[in-house]
Design a protein around this ligand. Structure first.
Ligand SMILES: Cc1cc2nc3c(=O)[nH]c(=O)nc-3n(C[C@H](O)[C@H](O)[C@H](O)COP(=O)(O)OP(=O)(O)OC[C@H]3O[C@@H](n4cnc5c(N)ncnc54)[C@H](O)[C@@H]3O)c2cc1C
Length: 384
C-alpha cells in the first residue's frame, strides 16, 4: 500500500487542472432539477466533452473503450473535477459508475463493444432495475419473472426506485429465471432496452421536488438472451460486482465536493456571526476531520483494489456507511448556520439537505452496511 502520488501522476493532475480551468467557465447553467430531458442533454453534453478531451473511462480497460489508467489516476480525476466544481455525472451515474464497470468485467467481447463506447461518448443512459416493492435490502427476494421463449427472455413484474428510468435507454435488470432454486441461485442479470414494448415508467416525486426516480412496470417484455451478462441463474454473483462498484467507488468524488461545501459553510458562519458559537465551530471541525479521514479511506480502498483487478472490496461498505452519515451531518450543520433561511427551498444547501437523507438508504441502507462490516470484515456471527 502506497498512498503517495508519483511525478507522472502529479503531471496528469496538472494537465487535467489546466484543461478544467479552460472549459468550465464557458459551460451553460445547469437545467432545473425538474426537467429531466434537459438534464439528460446537459449531463451527456459534459460526458461528450470529457470523451473528446480523452478523460472518459479513464480507468476502464482499453479494450472496453477506456484509457487503461491506474485507479490512482482515476482518483486524481475525481479529486480535481470536484475541486474545480465540474458538473456531476448526473444521468450518467449508473452507466459510468456501476453498469459499465460490471459489463467491462463480466460481459463478453461483443457486449463490451456494444454497450460501453456509447456510455463513454455520452450517447446512452442506463438505469438500475434491482429494487422491487418486496425486495430492497433483501434483494434476493426479488420476484420479477423471466422465462425463455426462443432467443428471448419474456419478463413480467415491477421495479421501484429506479433512478433516471424516465430518460434511460438501458436498464441493468435483475430477474428470477429459476423460481424453484434457493433464492440467491435463480437470479439472472440482463440488459433491457427501455424502449421495448410492455414497459411502463411512472415517475415518483421526491421530498426535494424532483422526479429523479420512478416505478417501472414490465408486462411480457422481450429481452434477447444475448443481452444476458454472465450465465443464467448466476446473476447474484454478477450483482455483487455491480454493488461493490456502486458502494466502493460511485460516491467517492462527492467527498471532495463535501469538503468544498464545508469550507463554504465555515465562510458563511464567519460572515453571519454564527462562528462565535463554539459548539458549532467544534461540529464543523469534527466534520472536516471526518471528510479528510474518508478521503484517506478512499485512497486506501483504491490502493487495495489495484491488487484485485480494480474491483472494490468490502472496504466500500465502510466508506458508504461513513460518507452517507457525514453528508447528512454536513447539510444539518449548513442549516444551523443559515438559521430560518434554511427553510427557503430556493436557498443553496436546502435541497441538498433534503436529498442527503436518501444517502443512508440508496445503494443499501446503513443497517445493511453495518451487517456487511460485522460479518465480512469483523467476522462476527450472522444475526439472522
Ligand atoms: C435516492 C434513491 C435512489 C435509488 N435508486 C435506485 C435505483 O436506481 N435502482 C434500484 O434498484 N434501487 C434504487 N433505490 C432503492 C434502494 O436500493 C433501496 O431503497 C434500499 O436497498 C432499501 O430497500 P427498501 O427501501 O426496500 O427498504 P427495506 O429493505 O424494507 O428496509 C427498511 C428498513 O429495515 C432495515 N432492514 C432491512 N433488513 C435488515 C436486516 N437484515 N438487518 C438490519 N436492518 C434491516 C433497513 O436497513 C431499513 O432501515 C434507491 C433508493 C434511494 C433512496
Amino acid at each position: 500500500m502506497d498512498l503517495t502520488y508519483t511525478p507522472e501522476e502529479e503531471e496528469f493532475r496538472a494537465r487535467l487542472r489546466a484543461w478544467l480551468a479552460g472549459v468550465l467557465p464557458a459551460l451553460p447553467p445547469k437545467p432545473s432539477p425538474d426537467d429531466w430531458p434537459a438534464r439528460r442533454a446537459y449531463d451527456l453534453g459534459w460526458q461528450r466533452r470529457l470523451y473528446d478531451a480523452g478523460y472518459a473511462g479513464l480507468h476502464w480497460p482499453v479494450d472496453a473503450g477506456g484509457r487503461g489508467a491506474t485507479p490512482t489516476q482515476h482518483l486524481i480525476y475525481l479529486e480535481e473535477t470536484e475541486k474545480a466544481g465540474a458538473p456531476y455525472v448526473g444521468a450518467n451515474f449508473v452507466g459510468l459508475l456501476h453498469a459499465g464497470p460490471t459489463i467491462a468485467s463480466e460481459g463478453s467481447a461483443e457486449q463490451r463493444a456494444r454497450w460501453l463506447p456509447p456510455v463513454l461518448r455520452g450517447e446512452e443512459v442506463w438505469c438500475q432495475g434491482f429494487s422491487e416493492p418486496g425486495a430492497g435490502s433483501d434483494l434476493a427476494a426479488l420476484r420479477t419473472r423471466a422465462w425463455r421463449d426462443g432467443d428471448d427472455y419474456v419478463v413480467s413484474g415491477s421495479k421501484i426506485w429506479t433512478s433516471h428510468a424516465e430518460v434511460a435507454d438501458w436498464c441493468e435488470l435483475l430477474v428470477r429465471t429459476d423460481p424453484g432454486a434457493r433464492k440467491h441461485r435463480g437470479i439472472t442479470w440482463l440488459a433491457m432496452p427501455m424502449d421495448a414494448p410492455g414497459i411502463t415508467v411512472r415517475p415518483l416525486r421526491t421530498l426535494a421536488g424532483s422526479t429523479e426516480f420512478a416505478e417501472v412496470f414490465l408486462d411480457e417484455v422481450r429481452v434477447p438472451v444475448a443481452n444476458r451478462v454472465g450465465a443464467e441463474n448466476d446473476g447474484w454473483r454478477v450483482t455483487m460486482v455491480t454493488l461493490s462498484y456502486e458502494r466502493g467507488t460511485a460516491f467517492v468524488g462527492e467527498v471532495v465536493a463535501c469538503r468544498r461545501v464545508l469550507a463554504e459553510v465555515a465562510r458563511e458562519a464567519r460572515k453571519n456571526g454564527r462562528w462565535d458559537d463554539v459548539v458549532l465551530r467544534r461540529r464543523l471541525g469534527r466534520l472536516n476531520a471526518e471528510f479528510r479521514a474518508l478521503w484517506r479511506l478512499t485512497q486506501w480502498n483504491v490502493s487495495e483494489a489495484q491488487g484485485t483487478g480494480g474491483v472494490p472490496g468490502v472496504g466500500g461498505s465502510v466508506f458508504k456507511l461513513g460518507y452517507s452519515h457525514a453528508r447528512q451531518e454536513l447539510f444539518d450543520a449548513a442549516a444551523e448556520v443559515l438559521g430560518p433561511e434554511a427553510l427557503d427551498l430556493g436557498r443553496e444547501w436546502t435541497l441538498d439537505r433534503l436529498s442527503s437523507l436518501s444517502y443512508t438508504i440508496a445503494a443499501g441502507t446503513s443497517q445493511i452496511q453495518r451487517n456487511i462490516v460485522a460479518e465480512r470484515i469483523l467476522g462476527l456471527p450472522r444475526g439472522r
